[in-house]
Design a protein around this ligand. Structure first.
Ligand code: AQP
Length: 332
């Protein structure tokens, strides 16, 4: 079977450091060993309200972020989800395969719906079924994600297995998650127990990929920390979530281990460490920010990449969806 990667990000706001460290930079590395499909998942984004003009801009921003981070649209397939109808078709089928009990266990729905559960969209609830469809529409074998998506990938495996069992056919592969590196769970700069997220109302909680050097410096300066010094080893950061987060971000940006970062800054306070972290973040992110800005000015280019990518994606998806329809007994 072809070793195929699928992954995506929601164009539901500005792309941030968590998306870069937990996803994009890992996507780039996989391009040489796998056939890669990278999707801007606009159908997931509308599970919460998106202004139509903002959505279009965010789709282009996400595509620009992928390319600026190093995704090569000639090598990998890059497109926006809503252009390939197979995602919606397979998601409906999976709505009928997945069990309500499985969805009730999804922690992301509980977190996102919060106390207003009754008012959340039905789409937010069945979001994991659409995610399973995104992956299995291409029989993807590997999915690089951040820690937060682990549970959804387990559900994808359950759906694939149940479909194969129900219809007595080995149609879908068992998907392997790829969760690697120090940046698999980047936390909010304001609260080290919450993940860095596009939908956090505080701009100071995240570093956006389009932030300039001054903004990055200001956000790191204001990041929550504690009064203690940096210890000699990373496991001594236990119980200090904000300190742990800043050390992990530094480690991820420099490709060092957290222990090596602690060894270098042992005995220093966060005033000094934040200055060093700012330098590292600006050096690493500035070329990406510049390239994103350049690409975003060229809407015609971005649109042509997305359109061509959608055609390539559709060509892979169509025969797979036909196999699914034949297995179910749909007439076509
Ligand atoms: N904080 C994070 N640390 C590491 N990885 C992260 N990812 C997201 N946040 C972090 C990874 O980025 C990829 C794309 O994520 P997404 O945009 O599809 O969805 P999300 O996880 O729901 O991201 P946000 O920013 O939290 O969006 P909102 O606020 O709109 O819900 C995924 O691989 C994800 O793991």
């Amino acid at each position: 079977m072809t070793k195929r990667v699928f992954s995506g990000a929601q164009p539901s706001g500005n792309m941030h450091l968590g998306n870069y460290l937990g996803a994009f930079r890992n996507w780039v590395k996989l391009q040489d060993d796998f056939e890669c499909i990278y999707c801007v998942v606009d159908m997931h984004a509308i599970t919460v309200w998106q202004d139509p003009a903002d959505l279009r801009a965010q789709v282009r921003e996400a595509a620009a972020a992928y390319i600026a981070a190093g995704v090569d649209p000639n090598k990998s397939i890059l497109f926006n989800q809503s252009r390939v109808a197979g995602h919606a078709e397979l998601a409906w089928i999976f709505n009928c395969v997945a069990r309500i009990g499985w969805l009730n266990r999804m922690t992301q729905f509980k977190d996102k719906a919060g106390k207003n559960r009754e008012k959340a969209s039905a789409g937010l609830y069945v979001y994991p079924n659409l995610m399973a469809a995104d992956i299995l529409l291409y029989k993807a074998t590997h999915v690089p994600v951040g820690e937060d998506q682990k549970q959804h990938l387990e559900l994808t495996r359950d759906i694939a297995q149940k479909f194969n069992n129900d219809y007595g056919i080995e149609l879908f592969p068992v998907v392997e998650p790829i969760i690697q590196g120090e940046g698999t769970r980047v936390m909010s700069l304001r609260d080290g127990t919450n993940k860095m997220s596009k939908s956090d109302p505080s701009e100071y909680s995240r570093i956006n990929l389009n932030d300039d050097a001054d903004t990055i410096a200001q956000k790191i300066r204001k990041a929550k920390t504690d009064a203690e010094l940096l210890p000699a080893k990373a496991d001594l950061l236990e119980g200090r979530p904000e300190a742990q987060n800043l050390v992990s971000i530094y480690a991820a940006l420099t490709d060092m281990s957290r222990d090596a970062v602690c060894a270098e800054y042992e005995g220093k306070g966060f005033g000094d460490f934040k200055k060093a972290l700012t330098d590292v973040a600006v050096t690493r992110l500035a070329p990406i920010t510049e390239e994103m800005a350049r690409l975003q000015k060229d809407e015609a280019y971005i649109d042509s990449v997305l359109r061509a990518g959608a055609e390539r994606a559709h060509a892979i998806a169509e025969p797979i969806l036909n196999e699914v329809k034949d297995a179910i007994g749909f007439m076509r």
